[in-house]
Design a protein around this ligand. Sequence first.
Ligand SMILES: [Zn+2]
Ligand SMILES: [Zn+2]
Length: 149
Amino acid sequence: MSEKEKITVEINVSPKELHIEHPTCSRGHSLKCDKVKIHNFSSIKVKAKANGEEGFMYIDPIYGSFDNIIEGMQIPDGVIVELFCPECDESLTISGENCKICSAPMFVFHLPKNSIVEGCLRKGCMFHELKIVNADQQLARLFEERMLL
Ligand SMILES: [Zn+2]
Ligand SMILES: [Zn+2]
């Protein structure tokens, strides 16, 4: 009986350490919600509208993770959600950007140091993109997701 040695190779996938700490609307209102935690981090609270219904959405603050909590409404997968700042009702939809995967509109959260996080507004897609915009080179995309992880 021939013995076959099995070698198990374990690959450590680095945990999703990047989480969104200080998201705001474009006017600087904090969207951070300490009351509702997701993965032990403060969630991101926004007002949501979809299919004529209105409610709140607590967004998973971990970049690339999508364990969002929806409150007061039902959003079926595939539906495009509109997000608003709960404080000033500003639409968080970014104009001129569309999801690279499903071409739905995108939302934007502003972060310190001229960073923004964009995300797909289609429930069930939720593609994320993180951009760091240098103040000297406005809108120049300096780093993409992989360089930060
Ligand atoms: Zn606001
Ligand atoms: Zn999408």
